[in-house]
Design a protein around this ligand. Structure first.
Ligand code: FDP
Length: 325
């Protein structure tokens, strides 16, 4: 009849699995259901707006940012299998006192992505990524949270839109689940998502065009002129999760290049670019930092920024070729 996320994990896990991983993911699904419930009522319950405090990045923190962070920290922190939690909203990783035998997983997340869209009822999302605790992590917590994207064992996002959709990969394809509010469960709705080889949309903040490096400007001009053999339209929501969700379902390309105000790009490697790059590759797409695969980068700090160019094979190849000439 229906396949819930829980069933899906159980069906796909290796024989003899401990069940730790599905218990871990249930922490994420519970937190995201709490977040979605809060968002749905936020206009009526007075939960919109800022708390008049800035976060570690100097950004104005919204009430919902704080709630989303607390929900994830709580729902994941009580699971014995978690040893470290890295959040966009916390300056330092939260390290839990768990032995290597039980505390096997590190979770990184952006609790509420696209927060500038919250107050105007536009889509926002949660992004997460899961790593295994690395060897020697007991002594050096840095090593366990600063792993390259290729080491991710699972990643996903939840898009709070007209419906709430959870998309995830554990390295064997990409699956989408829609929250059925009548039964409170994520139900399989997108079996084996594959990004179209070529699409019709490009997505970037074109207000920054004049401060993009020339190679990006050249590429965008080619798209606008139809020089890659297609006529493109532009779409930019300004919530990464929403722009990415459209890109994997409809095809095309999303770019957040370096700009004058953000010379290393604006998006974060660990909890924005890496999880989406893992999903994109699993769906047959490509994600680069303008040159190298995102998943090949080794982070040097948890809030590191990175330029992001992500999308269908045809668009990314055209971007690379255009820049080689
Ligand atoms: P926001 O600042 O609203 O949280 O990660 C941050 C992010 O949103 C992304 O969701 C979004 O893609 C991007 O920033 C939007 O940035 P610009 O406003 O500079 O376009």
């Amino acid at each position: 009849m229906i396949t819930t996320l829980q069933q899906h994990i159980l069906q796909h896990q290796t024989p003899g699995a401990t069940g730790n991983f599905s218990w871990l993911l249930s922490g994420i699904t519970l937190a995201t259901k709490m977040i979605e419930a809060k968002i749905r009522r936020a206009t009526l319950s007075g939960d919109l707006g800022s708390i008049n405090q800035t976060n570690v990045h100097g950004e104005n923190q919204q009430k919902l940012d704080v709630y989303a962070n607390q929900a994830l920290l709580h729902c994941l922190g009580v699971r014995d299998s978690v040893v470290a939690l890295v959040s966009e909203e916390n300056e330092e990783p939260v390290i839990l006192d768990r032995s290597p035998e039980t505390g096997k997983y590190v979770i990184v997340f952006d609790p509420l992505d696209g927060s500038s869209n919250i107050d105007v009822n536009v889509n926002v999302g949660t992004i997460f990524s899961i790593f295994k605790r690395s060897e020697g992590a007991q002594e050096d917590t840095r090593r366990t949270v600063l792993q390259p994207g290729r080491a991710q064992i699972a990643a996903g996002y939840v898009l709070y839109g007209p419906s709430t959709v959870l998309v995830y990969t554990f390295g064997k394809g990409v699956y989408g689940f829609t929250l059925d509010p009548t039964i409170g469960a994520y139900v399989l709705s997108h079996e084996n998502i594959v990004i179209p080889r070529q699409g019709n949309y490009y997505s970037c903040n074109e207000a920054n065009l004049s401060s993009f490096p020339l190679k990006y400007q050249r590429y965008l001009e080619k798209l606008r002129n139809g020089e890659t053999g297609r006529t493109y339209s532009s779409r930019y929501i300004g919530s990464l999760v929403a722009d990415f969700h459209r890109t994997i379902l409809k095809g095309g390309i999303f770019l957040y290049p370096p700009t004058h105000s953000h010379p290393s790009g604006k998006l974060r490697l660990l909890y924005e670019a890496n999880p989406l790059a893992f999903i994109a590759e699993q769906a047959g797409g490509i994600a680069i930092d303008g040159e190298k695969p995102i998943l090949s980068l080794t982070p040097s700090e948890i809030h590191q920024r990175v330029p992001l160019v992500i999308g269908g094979e045809s668009e990314i190849k055209a971007f690379v070729e255009c820049n080689a000439t």
